[in-house]
Structures are given as structure tokens and as C-alpha cells.
Design a protein around this ligand. Structure first.
Ligand code: CO
Length: 174
């Protein structure tokens, strides 16, 4: 595994539509492993391939699993989701506001309205069908990451954006 540099806002790859992944071999596995290491190193809860400069439909999502997070997120805490070619196939009518940041836009946060529940269909690293019904924060991170695959950043639909003065551990970076 290796750390990959995180692409920052301004780079073209963050504004492109990512391409479908056709092969599920060693190259994809290395990418997924590197993305996890990079996300952990950066203190994030999600990462999309365009954030490591690759125009491919690959995302990872993992909520933290410390005691506080287990209380907050329940059984979703600490579970690693690797989603290749993900698609949101169903959403809740209900939407919730939450504060998000993005590893590609360091130092900024914003309030974003997201669906409270989404159903994601994707493939795992071996090409097998993956089906995730995600609620709350997990649903939020999936929506944030899948936005990345469409060239969309949270600042595009945030109700407000502000600059962060200090580090808050509880803030979601994805
Ligand atoms: Co992001």
C-alpha cells in the first residue's frame, strides 16, 4: 500500500464525469488499498478516485469506530465499503441538513441537505454485486462520494460555506 497525493480543488479531474471500471484485477485492488491508506492518513471518512487524480468510478466509505462513533453510528461504525461503479437507485423523501468538509477543499465546511436514506448498487473489488442501504451519516458520505464521480463538490449545493479556524475531530471530511 502507498499514500497517494490528494487532488485539490482547481484540478480538472474533480470536475469530470468518472468512467466505469471494466476490470477487477490487481490494479483496482492496489487503487482501493492505496485509497484506504490515503483516507486514513488524511483523517477522512470517504474518498473518491478523482481525489487521487483517477477518472474512475471508485469510492470508499468508512465511518470511524471509536467509542463515540459506535454510539453515534451503531453497526455502521468502522465498516469499510468499497464501491465500484456505484449508483444511487433509491432515496428517501426525507432530507436532513449536516455539516460536511472535503479532503479536496481543505479548511472549508458547509451545511448540505442530503437524503436521510439512500440505496446504493455497486460492485465490490471482485466485480460481485454490492447492495447497501445507508442511513444518516453513512448515507451522507455515500452521496458526497458519488457526487465526486459526477464532478460535483459539496460547495456546489451547500446552503452556506465557511472557513474553518481550528480542527474539529467530529467534522466529516470526505
Ligand atoms: Co469530498
Amino acid at each position: 500500500m502507498a499514500l497517494r497525493p490528494i487532488t485539490l480543488i482547481g484540478a480538472d479531474v474533480l470536475r469530470q464525469k468518472a468512467l466505469r471500471v471494466p476490470h477487477f484485477g490487481a490494479e483496482l485492488h492496489e487503487l482501493l488499498d492505496d485509497m484506504l491508506e490515503t483516507m486514513i492518513d488524511a483523517g477522512g471518512v470517504g474518498l473518491a478516485a478523482p481525489q487521487v487524480s483517477l477518472n474512475q468510478q471508485v469510492i470508499i466509505v468508512r465511518l470511524p469506530d471509536d467509542r463515540d462513533s459506535v454510539r453515534r453510528y451503531g453497526e455502521q461504525a468502522g465498516v469499510l465499503y468499497e464501491a465500484v461503479n456505484p449508483k444511487i437507485v433509491r432515496v428517501s423523501h426525507n432530507r436532513v441538513d449536516g455539516v460536511e468538509g472535503c479532503l479536496s477543499i481543505p479548511g472549508y465546511l458547509g451545511t448540505v441537505s442530503r437524503h436521510d436514506m439512500v440505496v446504493v448498487r455497486a460492485q465490490d473489488r471482485h466485480g460481485r454485486a454490492l447492495h447497501v442501504k445507508a442511513y444518516g451519516w453513512l448515507a451522507r458520505v455515500f452521496q458526497h462520494e458519488i457526487d465526486h464521480l459526477n464532478g460535483v463538490l459539496f460547495i456546489d449545493h451547500a446552503k452556506d460555506v465557511w472557513q474553518l479556524r481550528e480542527t474539529h475531530a467530529e467534522i466529516m471530511l470526505a
